[in-house]
Design a protein around this ligand. Structure first.
Ligand SMILES: [Fe+2]
Ligand SMILES: [Fe+2]
Length: 348
């Protein structure tokens, strides 16, 4: 397999190329040099500082060639929302932030399932993942830059996720997302998939599914204002860090408030997805009578998705164990809904 390696310095290019040694054929290219490299690379691996405008411009110039590679892996040095978003916006199919994890990188290159097929247009499944990742990326970038959030992109991505899940099921979606994405992006994609599948299993009408998928796509948008070092911190958060994380529902609400394409139900779900029926949630400590059905469904989907996420520092929890935890949250979640969720959690 031919791997096309791009980097912004000779040192990075050399370091990266040497990692692939005997396993793959490597063609290297420095971003500031316009080289004539083969067009047939099966994978592109990029390591560059995505805060630098010249690197972004250089990558955009190569976009057409990039699109032909089925795997487009970006090794992002900075673990910031902005750089990760930028990588997805530049067409990444997988972003690995921080220090290079050689095992993970080689596994991603060798994994036959990690492909996009975007050039052929045949591969509907992965178009949904790409569309959703790009929509989330542009959402996070807008917030980082203080710009107005695009609503149409995430809504359309929600529709694609719904089609994909109706056709291929939840398990397939969970596996694909976990292979392609890290951290908050992975979380948003998993929650949307779980919530959509929950809605489908409850026999919701299309309009309700759309409301649910939009709410799920946007639910953690406020996390764009929480440093990744806190969101991705292994282990317990201290009180200040926890307080900062808990600002995200209200932040999301304020960012989306006044947007004419966001319905009041979606806005309410963004603000209240961490509320519990017994009043012990945040930010408003709402009780059962003030928590709507869409919020109850989103909250169950959110907790379940967070439990089954792939995190670099802990083993993945099996779906059955995650469901047991939901069952143990007596008084906080609606019992009847948790019972209905069993089917989604364990069998779909
Ligand atoms: Fe949240
Ligand atoms: Fe969440």
């Amino acid at each position: 397999m031919l791997v096309h390696v791009l980097a912004d310095t000779s040192e990075k290019l050399f370091g990266l190329s040497s990692l692939f040694g005997g396993q793959f054929t490597v063609a290297g290219e420095r971003l500031d040099v316009e080289a004539k490299l083969p067009h047939a690379a099966a994978a592109v691996v990029v390591r560059a500082d995505l805060r630098a405008v010249e690197n972004i411009a250089a990558l955009k110039r190569r976009a057409a060639r990039f699109a032909k590679a089925k795997k487009r892996i970006f090794l992002v040095e900075q673990t910031s929302h902005f750089c990760i978003s930028q990588a997805y916006a530049l067409g990444a199919t997988l972003v690995l932030p921080g220090k290079i994890d050689v095992t993970k990188l080689l596994a991603a290159l060798a994994d036959p399932g990690h492909e996009t097929g975007s050039t052929s247009g045949i591969s509907q499944p992965d178009n949904a993942v790409e569309a959703a990742a790009t929509a989330i990326a542009s959402m996070f970038t807008s917030i980082t830059l203080g710009e107005r959030v695009d609503v149409a992109g995430p809504k359309e991505a929600g529709r694609k996720i719904t089609n994909r899940i109706s056709e291929h099921g939840l398990s397939d979606w969970l596996a694909t997302v976990r292979r392609h994405h890290e951290g908050t992006f992975q979380h948003c994609l998993l929650v949307t998939g779980v919530a959509v599948d929950f809605g489908l299993s409850l026999g919701f009408r299309n309009s309700d599914i759309e409301r649910l998928s939009t709410a799920a796509m946007f639910h953690d948008i406020g996390k764009a204002r929480v440093p990744l070092a806190i969101l991705d911190k292994p282990g317990r958060l201290d009180d200040n860090e926890r307080a900062l994380v808990e600002t995200h529902p209200a932040t999301g609400y304020h960012v989306l408030k006044g947007h004419r394409d966001i319905s009041p139900e979606v806005l309410d779900a963004v603000r209240h997805h961490h509320e519990y029926l017994d009043g012990s949630g945040y930010p408003d400590g709402l009780c059962a009578e003030n928590i709507t059905d869409i919020v109850r469904i989103l909250t169950i989907s959110d907790i379940f998705a967070a439990l089954i996420e792939h995190r670099p520092y802990k083993p993945t929890m099996p779906r059955a164990a995650a469901y047991e935890i939901l069952c143990g949250m007596r008084g906080k979640l609606e019992r009847a809904l948790v019972a209905s969720f069993k089917h989604v959690a364990l069998t779909r």
